[in-house]
Every structure is written in C-alpha cells, then in structure tokens.
Ligand binder design. Structure first.
Ligand code: PLP
Length: 381
C-alpha cells in the first residue's frame, strides 16, 4: 500500500459491532466480563481502548512500523522512551532541540542519574566523540526547530547500529508523508501528534512507532504502568486528521515554498531558513531523505531589530501569533520572546535564534492571501 492509501486505510478495520466505517468513540473506562478474565480483549481503558487501538494501528502503518503507541502528549511519548533507560545510562541528543524535550531531559530525568549530552548533529563525528559504553540512546530531531537544520538520519543510524545504541527520531516537523525514519534505520519514531498528524489545532497528543517486538513490549508496559494515555475522543480526532495528512502536507509544502521564495526576494529580509533552498547547508540531505521541504520556515529582517519583528508578528492578520504549528491555519511565532525566552541571549544567538527571528508555520490557506499578509506587515517596518 502506498502512503496516500495508508493515511486513509492503514491498520484500519470496519468496526466489528455494526460495521461503522469510522471507529466509534468508545467513551468507556471499563468493559463487562462474563466471568473473571472473560472479556473481549479489553479490560480497562488505561491499558486498552478500541478507539485508541485503531489510532495506534494507523500510527504504525503510516511510519511503516509494526507497532504504534498513543500518549496524552508528545512529551509523554518522549517520557516513555527515556523510561527504557536506567541510572548510569547516557543519551546523546541534538543541541538544536524542541525546548520541552530539553526541559524533560535536563530537569526531570537528569536527577534520576541519566546523563544527557547535547551536540550539533549536522556532523556525525560530534556524535561519535561522545559515545562510550554507557551510551544507550541517540535522540534526534530533523528538521530542527526553529533553525530548520537537517540531520542525516541514515548516517546516524549507521553509527548507532555499529555501537548497538538505539536511535530515536522526533519526526514532528517532517511527518511520515515527507520522511520515514524507520526506513532510514531508526529504531523509534516519535511525534507530537498535536501538530501535523492531528492537523487542526484541536488536540494535544503524542505517538511512538517502531518495528522491534521486544522494545515495543517494554514501551506498552511503560504506557500502561505510567498511564500517560490519551482519551477516546482525542484518538478519534487524530485518526480523522491522519486521513487527510497527505493532502494537507502537499499544500503545506506548496505554500511553504511560495512564502519562502517571496521572503527571500523581499528587500527588508536578511535571511530565510528553509531546507528547499539550494544554499541551505544541508539541502542535499534534505533532498535525499525528504520527499519535499515542508511548511515550516524562519526568517530574520535586515538590521536584526527586536521591535521591528514584534511589529511584524503583531500586524499579521492571517498568520496568528501563537505557540504550536502544523495546523491548517498559518501561525507566526517569535522564538526569542516565546519558545526560546528561557535560554540566555548569548546561548540562543549561538544557534541562530537572534532577536529578529520569526518562525512561520505556513498553513493551507490561499497562497496569494498569505503573501499579501506578509507584504502588508513588512510595509509597516
Ligand atoms: C510540540 C513538539 C513536541 C512536544 O509535543 P507536545 O504534544 O506539545 O507535548 C516535541 N517535539 C517537537 C518537535 C514539537 O514541535
């Protein structure tokens, strides 16, 4: 089955009760038993729920995995992966990382004796330099947020395999429509399904997808034991979102390209970060491991003026100034004062998060309306 068909049918069966085409929302915590242990595969909804199961099957299918797991948020999914580890274990992670992932690693798990190294993964030798006998996991994210750096998943997988280390990829920005890390050698794929998989900014959810039975069983155990599951209503919403993922992504990519090219040609713009440009430092890797370049981009204005960037985001009318990304509607964000505000100025500027940087999640509205919106806001500075 090809991806566009999988997005709609992957892992899905018509409901066994009445043949409902969409899995019903099984809004129940428990299931009747005829005799102790006499049930139909479902006992308690922390452990299993039919709507969540249908979603987990879809998760596995769209990432070409054998197993899928759904969690109450993206961070809950990451939390479950780190719980595979033990005190003394070490993790090598990208330094250009989703802020919440950094916070979870550094401020929750480090005190339990797990050590995290943060390195620039554009060069695999930086990763190899940190490997020792305690290294159990490599955690990466590509494209990165908000600088849109691209990391070579295949090259990382080769290093991970050589040293018998697990490789996990946060595939939130790319989605399985653009990039399928399990096919490139990763062991675990993670998503904030809050973003493109859900796609409509109406749900918070996390996902894990993988092929290995032994690791999957450990993760299902953690999912049930720790209990950070999502409810049936949210499962239904994300399942519905996935059915249009390929169509939405196609438009996100088209609009992303149009907006990137418009900004790059605008006299008030200094630099546009978008992996589709031939001048992007990892454009070649993006071209080989991604099908297209996605709907996320960042840009800076000439003079790198904080106040001017604030003025732009305040005056955009179709792009809503908000956290999050990946929904049908276009959003803008100002990393220096929003997502990356907690990082000291000198630190964030080292990775490129300067005062004038604006991040856009380009939605699927009309291309001309999006460009006109940017045009009018740029006229004001
Ligand atoms: C949003 C996001 C997360 C966290 O997911 P939540 O659903 O908000 O918990 C992790 N990684 C990336 C890349 C994200 O964009």
């Amino acid at each position: 089955m090809k991806f566009n068909t999988k997005a709609i049918h992957g892992g899905q069966e018509h409901d066994p009760a009445y043949g409902a085409v969409m899995p019903p929302i099984y809004q129940t915590s428990t299931y009747a038993q005829s005799t102790p242990g006499g049930h139909k595969g479902f006992e308690y909804s922390r452990t299993h729920n039919p709507t969540r199961k249908a979603l987990e099957n879809a998760f596995a299918s769209i990432e070409n995995g054998n197993y899928g797991l759904a969690f109450g948020s993206g961070l809950a999914a990451i939390d479950a992966v780190i719980k595979l580890l033990s005190p003394g274990d070490e993790v090598i992670s990208t330094n250009d990382l989703y802020g919440g992932t950094y916070r979870l690693f550094k401020h929750v798990f480090e005190k339990f004796g797990i050590k995290f190294h943060f390195v620039g993964m554009e060069s695999v030798s930086n990763v190899e330099a940190k490997i020792n006998e305690n290294t159990k996991l490599i955690w990466t994210e590509t494209p990165t947020n908000p600088m849109l750096n691209i990391i070579d998943i295949k090259a990382l997988a080769t290093v991970a395999k050589k040293h018998n280390i697990l490789l996990a990829v946060d595939n939130t920005f790319a989605t399985p429509y653009l990039q399928q890390p399990l096919d490139l050698g990763a062991d675990i794929v993670m998503h904030s399904a809050t973003k493109y998989l859900g796609g409509h900014s109406d749900v918070v959810m996390g996902a894990l997808m993988l092929r290995d039975k032994e690791i999957a069983e450990k993760l299902y155990f953690i999912q049930n034991a720790s209990g950070a599951v999502c409810g049936p209503q949210d499962s239904f919403l994300v399942l519905r979102g996935i059915k249009t993922l390929h169509v939405r992504m196609q438009r996100h990519c088209e609009n992303g390209k149009a907006v990137a090219e418009f900004l790059a040609s605008h006299p008030k713009i200094e630099k546009v970060y978008w992996p589709g440009f031939e001048t992007h430092p990892n454009h070649n890797i993006a071209q080989t491991q991604m099908k297209d370049f996605g709907g996320m981009l960042s840009f800076t204005t000439k003079g790198n003026d904080y106040d001017k960037s604030i003025k732009i985001v305040e005056n955009l009318k179709i792009f809503t100034l908000a956290e999050s990304l990946g929904g049908v509607e276009s959003l803008s964000g100002h990393p220096a004062s929003m997502t990356h505000a907690s990082i000291p100025k000198e630190e964030r500027e080292k990775t490129g998060v300067v005062d004038s940087l604006i991040r856009l999640s380009v939605g699927i509205e009309d291309e001309a309306d999006l460009i006109n919106d940017l045009k009018q806001a740029l006229e004001l500075i």
